[in-house]
Design a binder for this molecule. Sequence first.
Ligand code: 6LW
Length: 501
Amino acid sequence: MEPYPNPLLAGFNPDPSVVAVDGTYYIVTSTFEYLPGLPVYRSTDFAHWEQIGNVGTRPEQLDLSAVPTGAGAWAPTIRHRNGVFYVIVTVPRGRGCVVFTATDPAGPWSDGTVLAGLNGIDPDLAWDGAGNAYVTYSGLLLDGANMGKHLGIQQVRVDLESGLLLEEPRPLWSGTGLMFPEAPHLYQRGEYWYLMIAEGGTERGHGVSIARGPSPEGPFEAHPSNPILSARSTTRPVQNTGHGDLVEGPDGQTLMVLLGVRPGGGTRAFSPLGRETFVTRVEWVNDWPIAEPVSLAVRSAVTDSVRFDGPLDNRWIAVRRAPESVATVDVSRSELRIVADGSGLSGPSPAFIGRRQLTIAVQSSTTVDISRGVGGLAVRYDEDHHYEIEARATRRGTLVTARASVPGLCQQWSGELPAGPVTLHLDAARPATAIFSTEMMTSDHVSLWAEASGQEVRLARIDGRYLSAETAASFTGRVIGLYATEGTVTFSGFDMHGSDL
Ligand code: 6LW
Protein backbone atom coordinates (compact mmCIF):
# COMPACT_ATOMS: atom_id res chain seq x y z
CA MET A 1 0.00 0.00 0.00
CA GLU A 2 1.27 3.51 -0.83
CA PRO A 3 2.36 5.21 2.36
CA TYR A 4 0.59 8.41 3.28
CA PRO A 5 2.89 11.43 3.31
CA ASN A 6 4.60 11.82 6.68
CA PRO A 7 4.59 14.41 8.11
CA LEU A 8 0.96 14.54 7.07
CA LEU A 9 0.70 18.21 8.09
CA ALA A 10 4.21 19.61 8.12
CA GLY A 11 5.40 22.35 10.43
CA PHE A 12 3.94 23.61 13.70
CA ASN A 13 0.81 21.39 13.85
CA PRO A 14 0.71 19.56 17.19
CA ASP A 15 -2.10 17.71 19.00
CA PRO A 16 -4.07 16.69 15.89
CA SER A 17 -7.67 15.59 16.13
CA VAL A 18 -9.55 14.09 13.19
CA VAL A 19 -13.14 13.40 12.17
CA ALA A 20 -14.63 11.76 9.06
CA VAL A 21 -17.93 13.04 7.67
CA ASP A 22 -19.42 11.55 4.49
CA GLY A 23 -16.05 10.46 3.14
CA THR A 24 -14.28 13.74 3.90
CA TYR A 25 -11.70 14.12 6.66
CA TYR A 26 -11.07 17.15 8.83
CA ILE A 27 -8.10 17.74 11.15
CA VAL A 28 -7.59 20.54 13.67
CA THR A 29 -4.33 21.28 15.52
CA SER A 30 -3.12 23.47 18.40
CA THR A 31 -1.97 27.06 17.91
CA PHE A 32 -1.24 28.39 21.44
CA GLU A 33 -0.69 32.17 21.33
CA TYR A 34 -1.16 32.57 17.55
CA LEU A 35 -4.19 33.94 15.69
CA PRO A 36 -6.16 32.93 13.78
CA GLY A 37 -6.26 29.84 15.98
CA LEU A 38 -7.00 26.16 15.38
CA PRO A 39 -6.55 25.59 11.63
CA VAL A 40 -9.03 23.24 9.94
CA TYR A 41 -7.53 20.98 7.25
CA ARG A 42 -9.63 18.91 4.81
CA SER A 43 -8.89 15.87 2.67
CA THR A 44 -10.86 13.25 0.79
CA ASP A 45 -7.97 10.80 0.24
CA PHE A 46 -5.96 11.39 3.43
CA ALA A 47 -2.91 12.18 1.30
CA HIS A 48 -3.67 15.70 0.06
CA TRP A 49 -4.73 18.24 2.67
CA GLU A 50 -5.95 21.75 2.22
CA GLN A 51 -6.41 24.32 4.98
CA ILE A 52 -10.02 25.43 4.58
CA GLY A 53 -10.17 27.85 7.50
CA ASN A 54 -9.54 28.37 11.19
CA VAL A 55 -11.90 27.95 14.14
CA GLY A 56 -10.72 31.09 15.97
CA THR A 57 -10.92 33.85 13.38
CA ARG A 58 -12.34 36.55 15.69
CA PRO A 59 -9.92 37.50 18.50
CA GLU A 60 -12.65 37.36 21.17
CA GLN A 61 -13.33 33.64 20.49
CA LEU A 62 -10.00 32.59 22.00
CA ASP A 63 -9.17 35.84 23.83
CA LEU A 64 -5.41 35.37 23.78
CA SER A 65 -4.43 38.96 24.47
CA ALA A 66 -3.19 38.22 27.99
CA VAL A 67 -2.35 34.50 27.91
CA PRO A 68 1.24 33.63 28.79
CA THR A 69 3.40 32.06 26.09
CA GLY A 70 2.99 28.31 26.19
CA ALA A 71 -0.66 28.69 27.15
CA GLY A 72 -3.35 29.71 24.64
CA ALA A 73 -5.28 27.28 22.44
CA TRP A 74 -4.20 23.75 23.52
CA ALA A 75 -5.14 20.41 22.10
CA PRO A 76 -8.55 20.60 20.39
CA THR A 77 -10.87 17.69 19.59
CA ILE A 78 -13.08 17.83 16.48
CA ARG A 79 -16.28 15.77 16.30
CA HIS A 80 -19.52 15.79 14.29
CA ARG A 81 -23.08 14.98 15.32
CA ASN A 82 -26.47 15.57 13.68
CA GLY A 83 -25.09 17.93 11.03
CA VAL A 84 -23.04 20.01 13.46
CA PHE A 85 -19.25 20.14 13.81
CA TYR A 86 -17.90 20.60 17.33
CA VAL A 87 -14.42 21.72 18.36
CA ILE A 88 -13.70 21.53 22.08
CA VAL A 89 -10.46 23.08 23.34
CA THR A 90 -8.94 24.51 26.48
CA VAL A 91 -7.34 27.92 26.66
CA PRO A 92 -5.35 27.58 29.89
CA ARG A 93 -4.94 30.88 31.76
CA GLY A 94 -7.59 32.28 29.40
CA ARG A 95 -11.24 31.36 28.64
CA GLY A 96 -10.80 27.83 29.99
CA CYS A 97 -12.65 24.96 28.29
CA VAL A 98 -14.64 26.22 25.28
CA VAL A 99 -16.90 24.42 22.77
CA PHE A 100 -17.26 25.92 19.28
CA THR A 101 -19.79 24.77 16.69
CA ALA A 102 -20.25 25.23 12.94
CA THR A 103 -22.34 23.67 10.23
CA ASP A 104 -19.58 24.38 7.71
CA PRO A 105 -16.13 23.43 9.05
CA ALA A 106 -14.60 26.19 6.90
CA GLY A 107 -16.46 28.57 9.23
CA PRO A 108 -17.74 30.76 10.58
CA TRP A 109 -17.48 29.03 13.96
CA SER A 110 -19.60 30.12 16.93
CA ASP A 111 -18.43 32.49 19.66
CA GLY A 112 -17.91 29.47 21.89
CA THR A 113 -19.62 28.18 25.05
CA VAL A 114 -17.41 28.01 28.14
CA LEU A 115 -17.72 24.86 30.28
CA ALA A 116 -17.36 26.78 33.52
CA GLY A 117 -15.60 24.91 36.31
CA LEU A 118 -13.82 22.42 34.06
CA ASN A 119 -10.17 22.73 35.11
CA GLY A 120 -7.82 20.67 32.94
CA ILE A 121 -6.47 20.26 29.40
CA ASP A 122 -6.97 18.17 26.25
CA PRO A 123 -10.78 17.79 26.34
CA ASP A 124 -12.51 15.07 24.28
CA LEU A 125 -16.20 15.09 23.38
CA ALA A 126 -18.28 11.93 22.93
CA TRP A 127 -21.98 11.07 23.07
CA ASP A 128 -23.53 7.82 24.25
CA GLY A 129 -26.52 6.22 22.52
CA ALA A 130 -28.94 8.26 24.66
CA GLY A 131 -27.32 11.54 23.59
CA ASN A 132 -25.48 12.25 26.86
CA ALA A 133 -22.43 14.40 26.12
CA TYR A 134 -19.25 13.30 27.89
CA VAL A 135 -16.17 15.46 28.21
CA THR A 136 -13.11 13.37 29.06
CA TYR A 137 -9.95 15.36 29.78
CA SER A 138 -6.58 15.46 31.44
CA GLY A 139 -6.81 16.80 34.98
CA LEU A 140 -3.61 18.83 34.78
CA LEU A 141 -4.50 22.00 36.65
CA LEU A 142 -3.08 25.04 34.89
CA ASP A 143 -5.29 27.54 36.66
CA GLY A 144 -6.02 28.35 40.29
CA ALA A 145 -4.38 27.62 43.62
CA ASN A 146 -3.41 24.04 42.77
CA MET A 147 -1.61 24.90 39.55
CA GLY A 148 0.66 22.07 38.40
CA LYS A 149 -1.26 19.33 40.25
CA HIS A 150 -2.33 16.38 38.07
CA LEU A 151 -5.58 14.58 38.86
CA GLY A 152 -5.19 11.99 36.08
CA ILE A 153 -7.79 11.46 33.38
CA GLN A 154 -11.16 12.93 34.38
CA GLN A 155 -14.66 12.75 32.96
CA VAL A 156 -17.85 14.75 33.36
CA ARG A 157 -21.24 14.82 31.64
CA VAL A 158 -22.09 18.28 30.36
CA ASP A 159 -24.95 20.26 28.88
CA LEU A 160 -23.41 21.66 25.69
CA GLU A 161 -26.15 24.31 25.29
CA SER A 162 -25.67 26.00 28.66
CA GLY A 163 -22.08 24.95 29.35
CA LEU A 164 -23.11 23.46 32.71
CA LEU A 165 -21.31 20.49 34.21
CA LEU A 166 -23.99 17.94 35.12
CA GLU A 167 -22.02 16.14 37.84
CA GLU A 168 -18.77 16.23 39.79
CA PRO A 169 -15.90 15.22 37.48
CA ARG A 170 -14.66 11.71 38.28
CA PRO A 171 -11.34 9.98 37.67
CA LEU A 172 -10.95 7.35 34.96
CA TRP A 173 -8.22 4.90 33.98
CA SER A 174 -5.06 6.99 33.61
CA GLY A 175 -2.53 4.79 31.85
CA THR A 176 0.34 2.63 33.04
CA GLY A 177 1.71 5.11 35.55
CA LEU A 178 3.92 7.24 33.30
CA MET A 179 3.92 10.99 33.70
CA PHE A 180 1.30 13.32 32.22
CA PRO A 181 -1.65 11.11 31.27
CA GLU A 182 -3.31 13.36 28.67
CA ALA A 183 -4.96 13.59 25.25
CA PRO A 184 -7.84 11.20 26.07
CA HIS A 185 -10.25 10.19 23.32
CA LEU A 186 -13.28 7.92 23.69
CA TYR A 187 -14.52 5.66 20.88
CA GLN A 188 -17.33 3.14 20.62
CA ARG A 189 -16.41 0.14 18.46
CA GLY A 190 -18.25 -3.16 18.45
CA GLU A 191 -19.19 -4.12 22.00
CA TYR A 192 -16.58 -1.87 23.65
CA TRP A 193 -15.89 1.70 24.55
CA TYR A 194 -12.18 2.49 24.17
CA LEU A 195 -10.32 5.11 26.18
CA MET A 196 -7.10 6.03 24.37
CA ILE A 197 -4.64 8.40 26.04
CA ALA A 198 -1.08 9.70 25.73
CA GLU A 199 1.40 9.33 28.57
CA GLY A 200 5.09 9.84 29.22
CA GLY A 201 5.13 13.59 28.44
CA THR A 202 5.22 15.29 25.07
CA GLU A 203 9.00 14.79 24.69
CA ARG A 204 11.02 11.63 24.00
CA GLY A 205 9.01 9.55 26.50
CA HIS A 206 5.71 10.12 24.69
CA GLY A 207 3.44 7.19 23.83
CA VAL A 208 -0.15 6.06 23.33
CA SER A 209 -1.90 3.63 25.68
CA ILE A 210 -5.42 2.27 25.60
CA ALA A 211 -8.06 0.58 27.73
CA ARG A 212 -11.58 -0.69 27.02
CA GLY A 213 -14.79 -1.15 28.90
CA PRO A 214 -18.53 -1.70 28.57
CA SER A 215 -19.61 1.97 28.76
CA PRO A 216 -18.15 5.45 28.23
CA GLU A 217 -17.74 5.65 32.00
CA GLY A 218 -15.84 2.35 32.19
CA PRO A 219 -14.81 0.41 34.15
CA PHE A 220 -11.77 0.21 31.87
CA GLU A 221 -9.43 -2.73 31.45
CA ALA A 222 -5.95 -1.86 30.12
CA HIS A 223 -4.52 -3.31 26.91
CA PRO A 224 -2.26 -6.21 27.96
CA SER A 225 0.79 -4.67 26.27
CA ASN A 226 0.59 -0.91 26.45
CA PRO A 227 1.89 1.33 24.98
CA ILE A 228 0.32 0.60 21.61
CA LEU A 229 2.61 3.22 20.06
CA SER A 230 5.84 4.89 21.18
CA ALA A 231 9.22 5.77 19.70
CA ARG A 232 10.88 6.08 23.10
CA SER A 233 14.44 4.68 23.28
CA THR A 234 14.49 3.96 19.55
CA THR A 235 16.52 5.53 16.74
CA ARG A 236 13.43 6.04 14.56
CA PRO A 237 13.47 9.26 12.52
CA VAL A 238 10.14 10.38 13.96
CA GLN A 239 10.31 10.81 17.74
CA ASN A 240 8.01 11.98 20.57
CA THR A 241 5.12 10.13 18.88
CA GLY A 242 1.92 10.38 20.88
CA HIS A 243 -1.27 12.37 21.34
CA GLY A 244 -3.18 10.26 18.81
CA ASP A 245 -6.74 10.27 17.49
CA LEU A 246 -8.33 7.41 15.53
CA VAL A 247 -10.44 7.43 12.39
CA GLU A 248 -11.45 4.94 9.71
CA GLY A 249 -9.31 5.73 6.63
CA PRO A 250 -10.32 5.73 2.96
CA ASP A 251 -9.42 2.05 2.51
CA GLY A 252 -11.43 1.02 5.59
CA GLN A 253 -8.36 0.61 7.75
CA THR A 254 -8.10 2.40 11.07
CA LEU A 255 -5.63 5.30 10.99
CA MET A 256 -4.12 7.18 13.89
CA VAL A 257 -3.15 10.81 13.48
CA LEU A 258 -0.66 11.91 16.10
CA LEU A 259 2.09 14.36 16.86
CA GLY A 260 5.80 13.72 16.35
CA VAL A 261 9.05 15.55 15.73
CA ARG A 262 11.91 15.12 13.26
CA PRO A 263 15.10 15.56 15.28
CA GLY A 264 18.43 16.21 13.63
CA GLY A 265 21.79 15.85 15.33
CA GLY A 266 23.36 13.07 17.36
CA THR A 267 22.39 11.49 20.66
CA ARG A 268 21.13 14.91 21.59
CA ALA A 269 19.03 16.02 18.67
CA PHE A 270 16.88 19.02 17.85
CA SER A 271 13.58 19.40 15.97
CA PRO A 272 13.43 22.80 14.27
CA LEU A 273 9.86 22.67 13.04
CA GLY A 274 8.39 21.79 16.43
CA ARG A 275 5.70 19.14 16.76
CA GLU A 276 4.11 18.14 13.45
CA THR A 277 1.14 15.91 12.51
CA PHE A 278 1.89 12.35 11.36
CA VAL A 279 -0.28 9.34 10.53
CA THR A 280 0.12 5.62 11.03
CA ARG A 281 -1.95 2.49 10.39
CA VAL A 282 -3.64 0.57 13.15
CA GLU A 283 -4.48 -3.16 13.16
CA TRP A 284 -7.13 -4.75 15.36
CA VAL A 285 -6.27 -8.06 17.01
CA ASN A 286 -8.80 -9.60 19.41
CA ASP A 287 -10.61 -6.27 19.54
CA TRP A 288 -7.42 -4.49 20.62
CA PRO A 289 -5.66 -1.92 18.41
CA ILE A 290 -1.94 -1.94 17.77
CA ALA A 291 -0.28 0.85 15.80
CA GLU A 292 2.55 0.56 13.31
CA PRO A 293 5.67 2.60 14.11
CA VAL A 294 5.51 5.99 12.43
CA SER A 295 7.54 6.08 9.24
CA LEU A 296 8.89 9.09 7.42
CA ALA A 297 7.56 9.75 3.89
CA VAL A 298 8.46 13.33 3.08
CA ARG A 299 6.87 15.16 0.17
CA SER A 300 8.85 16.50 -2.71
CA ALA A 301 9.62 20.22 -2.83
CA VAL A 302 7.30 22.74 -1.21
CA THR A 303 6.99 26.16 -2.84
CA ASP A 304 5.13 29.13 -1.46
CA SER A 305 5.25 32.44 -3.35
CA VAL A 306 3.00 35.14 -1.96
CA ARG A 307 2.50 38.18 -4.19
CA PHE A 308 0.10 40.37 -2.10
CA ASP A 309 -2.40 40.73 -4.92
CA GLY A 310 -5.39 39.80 -2.77
CA PRO A 311 -6.42 39.59 0.90
CA LEU A 312 -4.14 37.72 3.30
CA ASP A 313 -4.91 34.00 3.02
CA ASN A 314 -5.76 31.77 6.00
CA ARG A 315 -2.17 30.55 6.45
CA TRP A 316 -0.83 33.85 7.79
CA ILE A 317 -0.64 33.94 11.58
CA ALA A 318 0.28 36.61 14.12
CA VAL A 319 0.98 36.64 17.83
CA ARG A 320 -1.99 37.33 20.14
CA ARG A 321 -3.69 39.42 17.46
CA ALA A 322 -5.16 38.93 14.01
CA PRO A 323 -2.75 39.28 11.04
CA GLU A 324 -5.12 41.86 9.49
CA SER A 325 -4.60 44.10 12.51
CA VAL A 326 -0.82 43.97 11.96
CA ALA A 327 -0.49 44.19 8.18
CA THR A 328 -2.39 45.77 5.28
CA VAL A 329 -2.31 44.59 1.67
CA ASP A 330 -2.21 47.27 -1.02
CA VAL A 331 -3.59 45.24 -3.91
CA SER A 332 -3.05 48.02 -6.46
CA ARG A 333 0.70 47.94 -5.79
CA SER A 334 0.95 44.23 -4.80
CA GLU A 335 2.52 45.27 -1.51
CA LEU A 336 2.14 44.50 2.16
CA ARG A 337 2.51 47.30 4.66
CA ILE A 338 3.38 46.88 8.33
CA VAL A 339 3.27 49.91 10.61
CA ALA A 340 5.49 49.58 13.69
CA ASP A 341 3.78 50.20 17.01
CA GLY A 342 6.60 50.10 19.52
CA SER A 343 6.50 46.34 19.92
CA GLY A 344 9.60 44.33 19.04
CA LEU A 345 10.12 40.65 18.25
CA SER A 346 11.04 40.08 21.92
CA GLY A 347 7.70 41.50 23.05
CA PRO A 348 4.43 39.61 23.56
CA SER A 349 2.63 40.98 20.44
CA PRO A 350 5.20 41.96 17.82
CA ALA A 351 4.25 43.77 14.59
CA PHE A 352 4.94 40.46 12.78
CA ILE A 353 2.97 38.12 10.54
CA GLY A 354 4.32 34.77 9.40
CA ARG A 355 3.74 31.31 7.99
CA ARG A 356 4.78 27.93 9.36
CA GLN A 357 8.19 26.68 8.19
CA LEU A 358 7.19 23.46 6.39
CA THR A 359 10.52 21.89 5.45
CA ILE A 360 13.75 21.55 7.38
CA ALA A 361 15.76 22.91 4.44
CA VAL A 362 14.19 26.21 3.48
CA GLN A 363 14.99 29.35 1.52
CA SER A 364 12.87 32.37 2.38
CA SER A 365 13.11 35.92 1.09
CA THR A 366 11.33 39.23 0.75
CA THR A 367 12.08 42.59 -0.83
CA VAL A 368 11.61 45.59 1.46
CA ASP A 369 11.22 49.30 1.01
CA ILE A 370 12.68 50.86 4.17
CA SER A 371 12.55 54.48 3.03
CA ARG A 372 9.98 55.16 5.80
CA GLY A 373 10.84 52.61 8.49
CA VAL A 374 12.88 49.69 9.78
CA GLY A 375 11.89 46.05 9.44
CA GLY A 376 12.71 42.73 7.89
CA LEU A 377 12.42 38.96 7.82
CA ALA A 378 12.42 36.77 10.93
CA VAL A 379 12.16 33.18 12.05
CA ARG A 380 10.34 33.04 15.35
CA TYR A 381 9.81 30.23 17.84
CA ASP A 382 8.57 32.60 20.55
CA GLU A 383 9.50 35.99 21.97
CA ASP A 384 12.65 34.56 23.58
CA HIS A 385 13.87 32.63 20.55
CA HIS A 386 14.13 34.36 17.18
CA TYR A 387 16.66 35.11 14.43
CA GLU A 388 16.10 37.95 12.02
CA ILE A 389 17.57 40.16 9.33
CA GLU A 390 16.43 43.76 8.96
CA ALA A 391 17.23 46.85 6.94
CA ARG A 392 17.47 50.54 7.81
CA ALA A 393 18.12 53.48 5.48
CA THR A 394 21.18 55.56 6.33
CA ARG A 395 22.74 58.67 4.75
CA ARG A 396 25.23 56.42 2.95
CA GLY A 397 22.84 53.72 1.77
CA THR A 398 21.29 50.75 3.61
CA LEU A 399 22.43 49.21 6.87
CA VAL A 400 21.47 45.54 7.17
CA THR A 401 21.59 43.85 10.55
CA ALA A 402 21.25 40.18 11.41
CA ARG A 403 20.36 39.30 14.98
CA ALA A 404 20.00 36.12 17.04
CA SER A 405 18.11 36.22 20.34
CA VAL A 406 17.93 33.34 22.79
CA PRO A 407 17.04 33.69 26.49
CA GLY A 408 19.39 36.21 28.07
CA LEU A 409 21.63 36.53 25.00
CA CYS A 410 21.52 38.58 21.84
CA GLN A 411 24.16 38.92 19.17
CA GLN A 412 24.10 40.98 16.01
CA TRP A 413 26.08 41.43 12.82
CA SER A 414 25.84 44.36 10.40
CA GLY A 415 26.87 45.23 6.85
CA GLU A 416 26.18 47.88 4.23
CA LEU A 417 24.47 47.85 0.86
CA PRO A 418 23.55 50.57 -1.66
CA ALA A 419 20.35 52.58 -1.14
CA GLY A 420 17.06 51.38 -2.64
CA PRO A 421 15.01 48.19 -2.32
CA VAL A 422 16.79 45.38 -0.46
CA THR A 423 16.12 41.66 -0.74
CA LEU A 424 16.51 39.90 2.59
CA HIS A 425 17.19 36.17 2.81
CA LEU A 426 16.76 33.68 5.64
CA ASP A 427 17.75 30.12 4.74
CA ALA A 428 18.00 26.98 6.83
CA ALA A 429 19.79 23.77 5.91
CA ARG A 430 20.86 20.52 7.54
CA PRO A 431 24.59 20.39 8.34
CA ALA A 432 26.54 19.90 5.13
CA THR A 433 28.67 17.09 6.49
CA ALA A 434 27.70 13.58 7.46
CA ILE A 435 31.10 12.95 9.04
CA PHE A 436 31.09 12.56 12.80
CA SER A 437 31.89 16.06 14.02
CA THR A 438 30.49 18.80 16.20
CA GLU A 439 29.22 20.48 12.98
CA MET A 440 26.72 17.68 12.39
CA MET A 441 25.50 17.45 16.01
CA THR A 442 22.67 19.87 15.41
CA SER A 443 19.43 20.19 13.52
CA ASP A 444 20.37 22.85 10.99
CA HIS A 445 22.07 26.17 10.41
CA VAL A 446 20.25 29.39 9.62
CA SER A 447 21.94 31.80 7.18
CA LEU A 448 21.04 35.46 7.03
CA TRP A 449 22.08 37.50 4.00
CA ALA A 450 20.91 40.38 1.82
CA GLU A 451 21.35 41.82 -1.64
CA ALA A 452 20.73 45.17 -3.31
CA SER A 453 21.71 46.54 -6.74
CA GLY A 454 23.67 43.41 -7.57
CA GLN A 455 25.71 43.50 -4.32
CA GLU A 456 25.45 40.85 -1.66
CA VAL A 457 26.29 40.80 2.03
CA ARG A 458 26.42 37.57 4.07
CA LEU A 459 26.00 38.38 7.72
CA ALA A 460 25.57 35.24 9.81
CA ARG A 461 25.30 31.47 9.86
CA ILE A 462 23.75 30.48 13.17
CA ASP A 463 23.26 27.06 14.77
CA GLY A 464 19.54 26.29 14.49
CA ARG A 465 19.29 24.21 17.66
CA TYR A 466 18.21 27.19 19.76
CA LEU A 467 14.97 27.42 17.80
CA SER A 468 13.77 23.85 18.28
CA ALA A 469 11.20 21.81 20.21
CA GLU A 470 13.93 20.59 22.54
CA THR A 471 15.31 24.01 23.53
CA ALA A 472 12.47 26.55 23.38
CA ALA A 473 10.20 26.62 26.42
CA SER A 474 7.06 27.15 24.33
CA PHE A 475 4.98 24.48 22.57
CA THR A 476 4.97 26.16 19.16
CA GLY A 477 7.26 25.65 16.14
CA ARG A 478 9.15 27.82 13.70
CA VAL A 479 7.20 30.57 11.96
CA ILE A 480 8.92 32.66 9.26
CA GLY A 481 7.60 36.09 8.41
CA LEU A 482 7.75 39.84 8.09
CA TYR A 483 7.97 42.55 10.73
CA ALA A 484 8.50 46.24 11.35
CA THR A 485 10.07 47.91 14.38
CA GLU A 486 10.06 51.57 13.30
CA GLY A 487 7.84 53.61 10.97
CA THR A 488 6.17 51.92 8.00
CA VAL A 489 7.81 49.11 6.06
CA THR A 490 6.56 47.90 2.71
CA PHE A 491 7.17 44.36 1.47
CA SER A 492 6.80 43.17 -2.11
CA GLY A 493 6.44 39.43 -2.14
CA PHE A 494 7.33 36.68 0.30
CA ASP A 495 8.87 33.41 -0.86
CA MET A 496 9.42 30.26 1.12
CA HIS A 497 10.70 27.25 -0.79
CA GLY A 498 12.14 24.07 0.58
CA SER A 499 12.54 20.36 0.51
CA ASP A 500 13.44 17.54 2.87
CA LEU A 501 14.71 15.16 0.22
C1 6LW B 1 -1.02 19.12 25.19
C2 6LW B 1 -0.64 17.80 25.64
C3 6LW B 1 0.55 17.63 24.85
O1 6LW B 1 -2.03 19.68 25.90
O2 6LW B 1 1.21 18.79 24.87
O3 6LW B 1 1.68 16.17 23.52
C4 6LW B 1 0.32 19.77 25.34
N1 6LW B 1 0.72 16.57 24.19
O4 6LW B 1 -1.52 16.80 25.39
C5 6LW B 1 0.47 21.01 24.55
O5 6LW B 1 0.41 20.73 23.17
